[in-house]
Ligand binder design. Sequence first.
Ligand code: SIN
Length: 317
Amino acid sequence: MQVAAKKIIVLGTGGTIAGTAAQAGDNVGYRAGERPVQALLAGLGGQALPPGLELAAEQVAQIDSKDADFAFWLALHARCAAHLADDAVRGIVITHGTDTLEETAWFLASTLPAGKPVVLTCAMRPATALSPDGPQNLCDALALANDLGAPGVSVVSAGAVYLPQQVQKLHPYCVDAIGSGEGGPAGWMEEGRLRLAHPWPSQGAAAAPWRLPEPGAAWPWVEIVLSHAGSSGAQVDALVRAGVDGLVVAGTGNGTLHQALEPALRRAQQAGVAVRVTSRCAFGRIVGTPAHGLPLAEGLAPVKARIALLLELLQRP
Ligand code: SIN
């Protein structure tokens, strides 16, 4: 950790935090990813950073995060990796949409070295709202990125700090939409200071370097399938015929599978498709070993299990 490093990098990627509506009171009918990251910082009026630090902003993307894709992940990863390798950089803030925030957080946590803070933040109300939540979230993120005691990827929203494995968007509208379920926050930002709920965990990401595709090169094709009342194997069979590489199954409850889906997943496995089972429950994790015996994605929500499987497939020779 570079204690003497003085630079905080802010990477803008779009989202509601950079969204604008035609009418100030409209918190729903707006376009995400409109305001440049430099304008978001300017809106803080120079109050954002503790004295002695230097701020540099870069617009990596300007998207609604529902449209995030591999090219977006790679571009963001590349800018984070380059800045983290710079001895002058103390920490990174990423402004991001809430909709796929947890996916980007998990992807970055899985693939970046964990020595310096990389803080994602967001907003549920656009920048034009009567009472926007973005500015305070951005202030909190800047303070957290300055905290040498919080290395690795984290998320800050509505005053709380979350870690990548458990963070989730839990509500489509309320300002307090981001959470970690039963895991709770890792801490809280209070007047520019981090108050920890428990000791900051060391993040394992640095087991990397992961092999990532060159920009424009193909990624493995991994889909998520949901086990639900009335499930059949037709979707799985169709995906296998179409050449899918991996399937993550959001199973019921404790990772169980509809009896009509299970044989199709075995056929997929026999055809060489990687299958991982997780639970569609919002909280908790699969306990024990479900009777089907298919491989589990331990402790990961389906969207994060998909990222883990993508990375696993990418490492195969
Ligand atoms: C987005 O995810 O980019 C739009 C929604 C949001 O940021 O809350």
